[in-house]
Design a protein around this ligand. Sequence first.
Ligand code: TNX
Length: 527
Amino acid sequence: MRVPRTFAALLVLMAAVSCTAAHGDDGKPGATAPALPAFQRLLPAPAQARATAPGTGYVLGPGTVIRADPSSPDTRESADRLAEQLRATSGLSLMVVDGDQRDGILLRIDEQATALGAEGYELTSDANAVTLTAHTPAGLFYAVQTLRQLVPAAGGGLVQGGTITDRPRFAYRGAMLDVARHFFPVGQAKRYVDQLAQYKVNTLHVHLSDDQGWRLAIDSWPRLAEYGGGTEVGTGPGGSWSKEEYRSLVEFAKERHVEVVPEIDMPGHTNAALASYAELNCDGKAPARYRGIKVGFSSLCVRKEVTYTFIDEVLGELAELTPGRYLHIGGDEAHSTSAEDYAAFMDRAQEAVARHGKTAVAWHQLAGARPADGTVLQYWGTATTAPGEKGKVADAAAHGHPLILSPADRLYLDMKYDLTTKPGLTWAGFVPVKQAYDWDPGTYLSGSGVPESAVLGVEAPLWTETIATRADLEFMAFPRVLGLAELGWAPKTAHNWTAYAKRLAAQGPRLDEQGVTFYRAPDVPWS
Ligand code: TNX
């Protein structure tokens, strides 16, 4: 049936006007809409989305041309990557050309569009074109990730019509991978980055050293990797990354707008280093390497000067390899170091980071000592953390230290989901998918006086004492890490477990397609 043009336009207008932020309501009674309308399937939920009527939008097919606005060189790269991805997921080989016509898929970086911010974008879809506009390459990258979720999987099809205007709630959206307890090759870290970047996560924190192993080659202290890298939890061979491999990870991440934050944990969690170099021990004797899962028994020798030569050289090489802003210096669970020694040590570790031109990140125990100007604190407490400990963190926040929130009973991906989970620990309790999602980073520490403005963002750590394989790693991370992505990006107004659970379920086929061995958690309505 032919619908008069003006009438069709009116329908579109009505549909648009009836939409609210983040919920394109194109599922009217009587319409043959899919189970979940396209804009409502997006994960993370966009800041604003207005869908036109169901069935309207751009039909993506074999004849679609991808246009990169020639006024900015960065658009061509994004256009080529989009073409590559669509070839992989939809089987379509689309032509990429330079041009700025609104016809096909147009990618543009608009110098004037400052309102979109450092990571925001606008996506519009109508009968003629899908237009992706951003102020920065990162914003354009996120527009592309959104488009990928809007393209029906095989052979193209309708890209729902409407406008999405989007930007993140928090600047820091991170995941941590512990490659020290069990060694994982750089390829695994890249695979994780690739998975996370699709959901607009922008930081990979790598935990590169611990009691059980040292995982990065350091030229000035070669036995760290050569000998200290040769163990892991259990009986495995361990391993380490060459500098070349680390650089390739940084580059791979950068292409996906992910910043790598390397961590060398100190002064505790250092048995692998202490075993590698006798002189780092107060008694001059190297302990045996360690393959167990206890924490808190090791410490660098705080009163020996060689300790500071050591950390300065290690952090210097790390800074040289890392274009990102941050070096993480750990500082957690230094149970065998006195409070006074701990504070003195952490002062000098922070000085070393600053000397090498970086900003220090440390676990929140540093709040009880002397965080230096600018140091970022990573909070890993739980609902039962003592008010005094939270108070110290709140004090630090009041003195200008930005906070990264990683509450262990919400975001520790190594906690078991429930009784049936084989890998994992339970010291922070079970963490079902709902619990990982259903909290608000903005008000999480407000009871202790921390305002949302002090929260730089969120991070989900994946500790690997009990996780030795890719399958287990992905089983523990997915789908909970998507909750992290959602909390980091989506507006607070979109927070709703029931709606989120449906959107999460809609990601199931995508995860399957990518071979991710995720947990089909019973609290999610998977189809
Ligand atoms: C606590 S979080 C740790 C890690 C463990 C983890 C296990 C933190 C800063 N320290 O050393 O691997 O718990 O869940």
